[in-house]
Design a binder for this molecule. Structure first.
Ligand SMILES: [Zn+2]
Length: 444
């Protein structure tokens, strides 16, 4: 297989990536009339300007939700699904280099977004530039779609899909190599119930985290501590509070965590009965695959259901349980919702769907997956199998799209962390794979 990259391409890629990193494109809703913040608007416009310079036709959504850059002709559309927003830097004291200034050192590039997702996006873009320089002609249109709200609510792709053309096929360079062909359905739910005069609780963080702490203050303090001790659960105590200690995990791996809210509920419901506690302790229990509720839910492409009790609120007026479910790609979501709602009703709880992302599933023996896997294997010699994931990429926003790269197996995953970094050689290797991929999928 040919390598289309030149030193000039690599240099130009690096210059553009450095420029994009310099925009702190963190969500800042409605700033200066933009939907997601001035820096996000600016980096979107700058990216389209770069694309224009490379020969693409570009389009900027007048409201600033997304933009795209297109090249080639033909009826079919190959989409490359990118995003330009980044998560906040976190505590800058934890960084050895300024997060929004790309620094190249010891073969690595440092800066917020070099892995997620500005680095991979630019690698795919300059892969096309390399093809153009080599005289490759496109028989499909290749469209880079630049989202701006990936780290939060995906409102960019929501609007794109309302207004714009959907892809014939495509990939999101926003995950790991070799390739993700299945991403579970992602359902976030709230169960609403009665309040309590004698029990006040507020526990949990985001939907996507297994809660590592759940605290109790109140009249049953001594008995709760005795109950936790008898059950062998970890906790820490102060004069007026006890905190159950769990093991935090991403909700997609809930079964590998220990849920502090569930443990507190198991002990507390014996002392201070409440429907929300009973639901958590009895209907769900500590099994984070949801099997007590649904029976075993799993399939070959994507594995087991994940069921994470993410949050619990009890006030005098109301109670609320927040749940994150990762649903195997072949499972019937409506069926699960029916069972969950019915069980909740037994505990005086009413079901509310908070958010839902449909699953991604492109079978392993599909032409898209076998082509991409073949290219990856030939370019790297690595025979790691295609993957399924409980995580979410833009690949699931369109039919016949998969997540493809750009992190290599064994490479350090530093996205969303301090000192986010990417090995330059890995980015060039990804670019080489993307060039061959786009040539094969859309070239003559
Ligand atoms: Zn990303």
């Amino acid at each position: 297989m040919k390598n289309y990259l030149t030193e000039q391409i690599k240099e130009d890629f690096l210059a553009s990536l450095k420029l994009l990193i310099s925009y702190p494109s963190v969500l800042n809703e409605n700033e200066n009339g933009t939907p997601f913040g001035q820096a996000i608007q600016d980096v979107l416009e700058k990216t389209l300007e770069i694309c224009q310079g490379l020969g693409f036709k570009t389009y900027l959504d007048p409201k600033g939700y997304y933009g795209y850059a297109e090249i080639g002709q033909g009826k079919e559309l190959l989409a490359v699904l990118c995003h330009l927003d980044v998560v906040p830097s976190g505590d800058e004291a934890d960084w050895k280099t300024p997060p929004f200034e790309a620094i190249v050192k010891d073969g690595y590039i440092f800066g917020r977004g070099v892995q997620d997702d500005k680095g991979p996006s630019m690698a795919a873009l300059y892969a096309v530039k390399a093809l153009l320089d080599s005289g490759v002609v496109f028989q499909k249109r290749v469209r880079f779609i630049f989202g701006t709200d990936e780290e939060t609510l995906w409102r960019c792709m929501g609007r794109y899909n309302e207004l714009e053309e959907t892809a014939t096929l495509g990939f999101a360079p926003d995950s790991s190599f070799p390739l993700t062909y299945a991403e579970k359905g992602l359902l976030q739910v709230k169960l609403h119930g009665p309040g309590s005069d004698f029990l006040q609780l507020e526990a949990g963080e985001a939907f996507n985290v297994v809660p590592a702490k759940a605290s109790y203050q109140g009249a049953f303090l001594e008995k709760v501590i005795a109950g936790l001790r008898a059950a062998g659960f970890d906790y820490e105590e102060t004069a007026d509070e006890v905190t159950v200690l769990g093991v935090p995990k991403h909700a997609k791996d809930a079964a590998q965590g220990v849920n502090a809210i569930v443990r507190l509920a198991k002990v507390l419901q014996l002392l201070a009965p409440h429907p929300a506690l009973s639901f958590i302790a009895d209907a769900v229990g500590e099994d984070a695959t949801g099997s007590r509720l649904f029976g075993p839910i799993l399939d070959e492409p994507s594995g087991s259901l994940s069921f994470n009790i993410a949050g619990l609120t009890i006030t005098p007026e109301r109670s609320e349980i927040r749940i994150d479910l990762r649903i195997p790609v072949l499972a019937d979501k409506e069926d699960l919702v029916r069972i969950l709602s019915k069980k909740a009703a037994d505990y005086q709880l009413t079901y509310e769907e908070f958010d839902y992302l449909a699953p991604l599933y492109v079978p392993k023996d599909s032409e898209l997956v076998s082509t991409l896997m073949g290219i990856y294997q030939e370019k790297t010699g690595d025979t790691s199998p295609a993957m399924s994931s409980g995580g979410a990429t833009f690949a699931r926003t369109m039919p016949n799209c998969v997540a493809f790269g750009a992190l290599f197996p064994g490479a350090e995953q530093t996205e969303h962390q301090a000192n986010e970094r990417a090995k330059l050689d890995d980015l060039y290797k990804a670019m080489d794979i993307y060039a061959e991929t786009i040539r094969r999928l859309a070239g003559e």
